[in-house]
Design a protein around this ligand. Sequence first.
Ligand SMILES: NC(=O)c1ccc[n+]([C@@H]2O[C@H](COP(=O)([O-])OP(=O)(O)OC[C@H]3O[C@@H](n4cnc5c(N)ncnc54)[C@H](O)[C@@H]3O)[C@@H](O)[C@H]2O)c1
Length: 289
Amino acid sequence: MSSPRLAVIGLGLIGGSLARALRSAGAVGHIRGYDTDPRQRRLAVELGVVDEAPDSAAAAVAQADLVVLAVPVLHTAEALRACRDGLRPGAVVTDVGSTKQSVLADVAAVCGVVPPWFVAGHPIAGTEKSGVANSVADLFHGHRVILTPHAAQDAQALAAVTALWTATGARVVEMDPAQHDTVFAATSHLPHLLAYAFVDLLARLDTRDEIFPNAGGGFRDFTRIASSSPEMWHDIMRANAGPVTALLERQLGELRDVLDLMKGGRWAELKALFERARAARERHLAQIE
Ligand SMILES: NC(=O)c1ccc[n+]([C@@H]2O[C@H](COP(=O)([O-])OP(=O)(O)OC[C@H]3O[C@@H](n4cnc5c(N)ncnc54)[C@H](O)[C@@H]3O)[C@@H](O)[C@H]2O)c1
C-alpha cells in the first residue's frame, strides 16, 4: 500500500502522536481526524497534526485506507459504530487501546464478529499527559507495539498495521489478547491504581499541607502516573477488572505481610525483601533490550 490515506478517530495524545509520527516518516498521504470534542478537532488542524477534521466520524473515514481508533477503551464501540457506515471497502481498522480482550469484545458486539479487517493493537509508549496539544512525533520511536491477532485476522490487514507502526520507529510484537491483559495488569494497570490510591491517601491526611511541599524526587518518581487522565484509567480498570483485582488481592496480602514484619520488628526479613526486590528489578531491567 503506497501512501495510504489515514483517518484518526480520537485526536488525543496517542492519536495525535501517531498522526505526527506517520506524517514525519512520509508513511501516509492525506490525514483526516475526528474527535467528539470540537476543541481537539480545531487544535489538531491548527497544529498541522491532521489535514482536515470534519464534524463526523463517518466523514473522517470516508476516503481512508487505514483507520485508527485512539479513544479511551470503553468508547471503542461507540467510535466504531459512528464510523462503520462510512468505511470504504478494503479499509483496515486498528486501535491503540490499553486493554485487548475488551476491545475485541466491543468490536464483535458492533460487527457481530471480529471482522478480518480489524487489527487490535497497543503501543507501549505514552506519558501522563492527554490531548493533541501534548502529541509528539517521536513518542513511539524505540518502543514496543503489541498486536493481538484474532481467529479471523486477515494477514494483509495485519501486515498493513505492522508496517504502519514500523514506520514510527516502533518494534512490533504479537501476543495473545488474554496474555496481553494479564501482563499489562501487572506492568501498568496495578502501578497506576497504587499511585492514584497513594496520592489520594496523602491528600486526605490532616498534614497534607506540609506533606506536598516537602515531597522529594522519590515522591515524584512514584506518583508521576497519578497525573494521568482519570477518564482513560477509569476505562482501563473497568475493562481489565478481572486481572487487576486478582493482582490487587495479592498486593494487599504482600502489604499485610510487610506490616507484620514492621509490627513484629522483623527487620532482617524486611531488609531481605528489599534486597530480593532490588535484585529482581535490576535483573529484569538488564534483560530489556
Ligand atoms: N496515554 C498513554 O500513555 C497511552 C499509552 C498507550 C495506549 N493508550 C491508549 O490510547 C487511547 C487514547 O489515549 P490518549 O492518551 O490519547 O487519551 P486522550 O485523552 O489524550 O485522547 C482521547 C481522545 O478521544 C476522544 N474521544 C472519546 N470518545 C470518542 C469517540 N467516541 N469518538 C471520537 N473521539 C472520542 C476524546 O475527546 C479525547 O480527545 C486509550 O485507549 C488508551 O488506553 C494510552
